[in-house]
Design a binder for this molecule. Structure first.
Ligand SMILES: [Zn+2]
Length: 535
């Protein structure tokens, strides 16, 4: 029996070492790679906020620290998660698995229900922050709010009121951040802001690790932000926590995958390429991400102009549904033509003429698009926007029973498209005059933040009242189908790295892309392919 060992009463780390704790996968818990977790494990500050990435071992820490406090410090604890399902996904595979794998936990577990467990004399209530009725019936000494940013903020407030009777009144809040100045990020800004700093063995400078300065994107290695030397895993491991806002009453830690030695720089780069910007910042870097009030203005689109001749092979078509159908045609070299028609026959003619992969918006008139998808299997697909998917990829293909249908997360995919335009990655193989209507439609959409019923802010794309936005959506469908045909993964990546594209585009005058003197571009473009709209 380890229960009576005095050490366990003093230190959670001694308790873990003494009992050779194993994690939920039955592997011994170690602090060599997880060295950055030693101080947070040891930290019993009553008011803690942790702004964190995914996959860095925090769940394990939360499970063990909470059980240790209940069993050996005599605290009743509420452990809240966003929903009932999130609670199940936490208790079954993590808490219950830990208990199964560790004799020392089984010995102190005196009563075991899924959402209420007694460890020695105290309770941990595992709760989904979903109902007011449930929230007001229990009180606690420590409130742990996990996934704070994704929980109902009103219910969390009720839970907080349940601490008042306690002589402790401790509150620990963890979350992957969402947007700036909200939830965990807002709390973090009012904390003592502990960041992990590491020392370069070359220039001896201590530094935090950042995506911008600590990764060489070409070589995909970690580098010293000061002298550029490659950083070894050992250098990243041997860091220390430093408070950047010392003296604040609240304890804060920022934890990112950059400090995890088992996450390579190329893994970080891969996630940057394959995930949405929100996911990358929130879940990989553990930082908030906000593109509020973004618009796509004329100058951004003009920068995407790349007039010239390109091969017309592997063509893709995006079609915005409506009485008038707006279409965008192009291939990996960029958008080559776009136009509109009132006739589905005309759309089918384009599909046949170019033998193009086609994505058609299903709404508001789904019949003909569905017929076309059936008539041209594996070639023509229909599309639905979906909202607020917690899916990790921007676009996902449906499984077999939904063949011919592509769903995409509206905000994410439109963010992605806007990002490609504002960064100049997407190309329009045409002149500025030819781009004019596209500019008009794109300038009618804008991104803003909306607050949902759970008081959580989310990005949303809106259209100026009574203004057309059809080409922007047609462009989006074109971009999705282009991706679907190019990569086997079905995941939108940031495509066509600049160096590749410059090899691929056939431009008569190779100086075109440098500046963007409009008249100059138009003059050069005028030399080639005047008939781009005549199909
Ligand atoms: Zn250095």
């Amino acid at each position: 029996m380890k229960e009576g060992t005095p050490l366990a009463y003093h230190s959670v780390l001694a308790w873990i070492y003494e009992n050779q704790f194993k994690n939920e996968n039955d592997k011994l818990i170690e602090f060599t790679d997880h060295r950055f977790l030693l101080q947070p494990y040891h930290d019993d500050h009553p008011d803690q906020v942790i702004m964190k990435s995914a996959q860095i071992g925090w769940s394990m820490l939360a499970v063990l620290k909470s059980i240790h406090l209940a069993a050996y410090k005599g605290l009743n604890i509420i452990y809240s998660l966003p929903t009932q399902n999130a609670m199940k996904d936490f208790v079954e595979p993590k808490v219950d698995a830990m208990i199964r794998n560790n004799q020392a936990l089984r010995e102190i577990l005196k009563s075991d229900r899924q959402n209420l467990k007694r460890y020695n004399d105290r309770y941990i209530y595992y709760r989904g922050a979903f109902g007011e009725r449930e929230a007001i019936t229990i009180s606690a000494d420590l409130l742990i709010q996990d996934e704070l940013d994704r929980s109902d903020q009103k219910i969390l407030g009720i839970y907080r009121s349940r601490l008042q009777a306690s002589e402790y009144g401790w509150m620990w809040r963890f979350s992957n951040p969402s947007v700036s100045n909200f939830g965990v990020h807002e709390l973090w800004l009012n904390s003592d802001m502990h960041r992990w700093i590491i020392q370069c063995t070359g220039c001896k400078k201590w530094q935090t690790l950042t995506w911008e300065d600590s990764i060489d994107k070409k070589k995909e290695i970690y580098i010293c932000s000061s002298c550029g030397k490659e950083l070894t895993n050992e250098e990243r491991i041997r860091g220390k926590w430093r408070a950047f806002n010392p003296g604040a009453k609240r304890r804060g830690y920022h934890v990112s995958q950059l400090m995890a030695p088992w996450v390579s720089a190329s893994k970080i780069c891969e996630q940057f390429r394959e995930e949405s910007p929100e996911f990358f910042y929130n879940f990989v870097l553990g930082e908030p991400y906000t593109v509020a009030d973004l618009t796509i203005d004329r100058s951004a689109l003009i920068k995407c102009l790349a007039p010239g001749k390109v091969p017309m092979d592997d063509m893709c078509l995006g079609v915005d549904n409506g009485v008038t159908k707006h279409w965008v045609l192009g291939n990996k070299h960029g958008v080559i033509r776009y136009g509109k028609t009132d006739s589905w026959d005309e759309i089918e003619r384009i599909i046949k003429h170019y033998n193009c992969y086609t994505l058609i918006d299903a709404n508001p008139y789904p019949n003909v698009p569905k017929e076309l998808a059936e008539k041209y299997p594996h070639k023509v697909f229909i599309h639905y926007y979906i909202q607020d998917r917690k899916g990790l990829s921007t676009v996902r293909k449906m499984t077999k029973q939904d063949r011919g249908v592509i769903h995409s997360d509206r905000t994410k995919i439109l963010d992605f498209l806007a990002g490609e335009i504002t960064s100049g990655k997407l190309k329009f193989v045409m002149t500025d005059r030819e781009l004019e209507e596209m500019i008009y439609h794109c300038s009618n959409v804008y991104r803003t933040l909306e607050t949902n019923s759970q008081q959580i802010q989310k990005g949303v794309w809106l259209t100026k009242e009574n203004k057309p936005d059809h080409y922007y959506h047609a462009l989006c469908y074109w971009r999705i189908i282009l991706e679907e045909t190019l990569t086997p993964s079905g995941v939108v990546v940031r495509p066509n790295e600049p160096q590749k594209r410059s090899n691929a585009i056939v431009v008569e005058d190779d100086k075109i892309s440098a500046g963007f003197d409009l008249r100059e571009i138009a003059r050069k473009a005028g030399k080639v392919q005047k008939d781009w709209r005549s199909i």
